[in-house]
Design a protein around this ligand. Structure first.
Ligand SMILES: [Fe+2]
Ligand SMILES: [Fe+2]
Length: 200
């Protein structure tokens, strides 16, 4: 793989090496490696579907930056920074997208709206997910270490059709949550509904 470097306007002037150091500091080695694979997968998908490869790569790299931040830190940030208090009914699985971007802005300094939005949407989806958002959502699900049946199916769909790959992931996520009696974030259901309907 050629060495990747991101345009400074996307990184607030930080080198990729310094971003990697921050990421490594926040994550277990396993999750750090997952982020590197999602970065690469997102770059490939962006290339395939004509999206901004650097935005996709950076969002992929940082998507789980906040996944291991403590519950108490999250609750504190939600309460002090004007987040919807309904978020307190959910968990880190949801928070690390929507609230995670607060930590990414504060600690990494990345503020690019499209990168931030893609990270925000990667945990819950959004009925109006852009192609870039779908790329991050799906890259997380189909990075090379993902081997489950739905993941393999989504990877094949993502060769040609991001909406289909996104839908496969949404079906899988909702089925998993419901069969494990876990709370469903309403927007994920709205996203599913938006994706099963014809576009027009
Ligand atoms: Fe995540
Ligand atoms: Fe992830």
């Amino acid at each position: 793989m050629a060495t990747i470097e991101y345009p400074s306007q996307l990184t607030n002037g930080q080198s990729r090496a310094s971003i990697l150091a921050l990421l490594q500091n926040r994550l277990s080695p396993e999750r750090y490696q997952h982020c590197l694979r999602v970065e690469q997968t997102a770059r490939e998908l962006a290339e395939r579907f004509g999206e901004d490869v650097d935005r996709a790569g950076l969002a992929g790299l940082l998507h789980d930056y906040a996944k291991e931040i403590s519950k108490t830190d999250y609750i504190d940030v939600i309460k002090r920074n004007g987040f919807d208090l309904d978020l307190l009914h959910y968990n880190r699985g949801i928070w690390h997208g929507i609230v995670g971007t607060w930590f990414i802005k504060q600690e990494v300094g990345v503020t690019d709206h499209l990168v931030i939005q893609a990270i925000e949407h990667h945990t819950t989806g959004d009925p109006n997910m852009s192609t870039l958002d779908q790329i991050i959502f799906v890259a997380d699900f189909i990075e090379p270490e993902r081997k489950l049946e739905a993941e393999v199916k989504a990877r094949a769909a993502a060769k040609t059709n991001m909406r289909e790959a996104t839908l496969i992931e949404l079906e899988n996520t909702l089925s998993y949550l419901i069969s494990n009696r876990q709370i469903v974030y309403p927007k994920t259901l709205l996203t599913y509904n938006a994706f099963i309907q014809p576009k027009e």
